[in-house]
Design a binder for this molecule. Structure first.
Ligand code: PLP
Length: 462
């Protein structure tokens, strides 16, 4: 299996090289050159299998020769042992024909664990085969950083540094990053906001001396290996509700478009998905685009669903690439226009996108009302992101076609917002109840690339 860049000017790479490099050298994102398809018989055979075996059969054709079947199986098995639910991604019914797909039973209580845990294991496997080390540096507003630390802690061939905005993330999010005791994990509290952390990260990747010296690698949501691991729960949910012999729809709380893009790949593999519904908060660039208003940046408005407070959805470039029939030149032009504010789509690509993706936008008040309604009707506490998915999913429910709304985080990760919405304080699962007592390990650094780079140099294993 070979991968090509959405901008058409970078080398074709194998799965392992795509995973280790993250972004293509022409600034584009890697996508598979062709998408493997499963027959109805192959999909039907998945219905009775455990999650890990479904993951193996879905991921195998994308991974190719560089990772043997045994290694892939082993990575997947190890990835999900840290999950607290035997089904990994259980379905719960909340209404007639409406289901919740619970993706928060991983170690950091958000769906990002599904991909990050596998990617950590695959990094370690490929790096030890090549006898190489890398330094992963990430910037986070909360969920990605904790998932990365949890996935890479204790791995031999990786050092991981995560920069987060000092004093600007929730207590639970910070403690999930600062309480790992493994020597290869480094939480860095940066004096500045999330944009400052992201700008620093960009500087590091553009400094080719530093990049090569420490073997910099990225695991942000544009990394193809993360998208790949997320295809699996679309398949596991659909086959347990009757696919391939019955259609299903999905509603997906969306920020960077990584999660819902995995749903597009599942559909392209032959899974009978009727609607893929993009659910946004008040930062609604995707909803505006899919309702004919073009793709134009606005200022980001902080919301009670902070993991979706994004104005440029980086993975949307992949959707645009498929909507423009793989024409890299057009993607380069559109991304240049985006730098200057945005662009309108021409007729045919707009048609392709709106046939594939439906969308809805949820206000702050509606998010709170949904949390409260679902608690009263079902006795279930939703996190604000999940509530947005449920709200929009409900509006697209159709008779005879199950709607599956993705619950992307545990309510205890966003306790203040949940309490304000419904008066109930969500408590952490028992296995994390001592989080507040665990010792923290963190270093505070100024917003200054030189001092952060020298901190990284001094602290990587030699
Ligand atoms: C990251 C995240 C999202 C958005 O996912 P994307 O892949 O960026 O669209 C939604 N909900 C939660 C809880 C998240 O952490």
């Amino acid at each position: 299996m070979k991968y090509i860049s959405t901008r058409g000017k970078a080398d074709e790479l194998s799965f392992e090289d795509v995973m280790l490099s993250g972004l293509a050298r022409d600034g584009g994102l890697y996508v598979p050159k062709e998408i493997p398809r499963l027959s109805d018989i192959e999909f039907a055979a998945l219905a009775n299998l455990e999650y890990e075996e479904i993951a193996f059969r879905i991921m195998r054709p994308f991974v190719g020769q560089g990772v043997t079947e045994n290694i892939l199986r082993d990575c997947i098995r190890r990835a999900y042992t840290s999950f607290s639910h035997p089904a990994r991604a259980p379905l719960v019914q909340i209404d007639h024909g409406h289901f919740l797909l619970e993706l928060f039973h991983g170690p950091t209580l958000a769906f990002k664990d599904f991909a990050m845990q596998v990617v950590g294991q695959l990094f370690q496997a490929v790096l030890s085969m090549r006898n190489k080390r890398v330094t992963i540096v990430g910037a986070t507003s909360g969920d990605t950083g904790s998932a990365a630390i949890e996935a890479f802690r204790g791995l031999k061939n990786v050092d991981v540094f995560v920069m987060y905005p000092h004093d600007r993330i929730s207590d639970v999010q910070r403690r999930q990053m600062t309480t790992s005791q493994e020597a290869n994990v480094h939480a860095l509290a940066i004096d500045g906001d999330f944009d400052v952390c992201q700008a620093l990260l960009k500087d590091f990747f553009n400094d080719f001396n530093f990049r090569d010296e420490v073997g910099l690698a990225a695991i942000n949501s544009i990394n193809w290996a993360r998208v790949l691991a997320q295809i699996v729960y679309y398949v596991s949910a659909a086959v347990s509700l009757g696919a391939p012999y019955r259609q299903v729809s999905f509603s997906v709380p969306t920020g960077n478009f990584g999660d819902i893009f995995a749903g597009f790949i599942a559909k392209s593999m032959g899974l009978p998905i009727k609607d893929l519904v993009v659910a946004t908060n008040q930062n609604d660039i995707l909803h505006r685009c899919l309702t004919g208003h073009g793709y134009f940046k606005n200022a980001t408005k902080p919301s009670i669903s902070p993991s979706m407070d994004i104005q440029i959805s980086s993975n949307f470039e992949r959707a645009l690439f498929f909507a423009h029939k793989g024409d890299g030149e057009v993607i380069i032009r559109l991304m240049n226009e985006l730098q200057r504010g945005g662009f309108h789509l021409s007729h045919d690509p707009f048609q392709v996108l709106t046939d594939m993706y439906k969308s809805g936008r949820v206000s702050e008040d509606e998010t709170q009302a949904t949390i409260s309604n679902i608690l009263h009707e079902n006795g279930i506490l939703l996190c604000p992101h999940s509530a947005i998915g449920v709200r929009v999913g409900k509006s697209f429910c159709e008779a005879g076609i199950p709607m599956i709304s993705l619950a992307t985080a545990h309510p205890a990760k966003f306790p203040k917002a949940v309490q304000v919405a419904c008066g109930v304080h969500p408590s952490l699962p028992a296995r994390m109840a001592d989080l507040q007592q665990r010792p923290e390990r963190v270093i505070q650094l100024p917003n200054d690339s030189v001092s952060i780079q020298s901190h990284i140099r001094r602290n990587i294993a030699k």
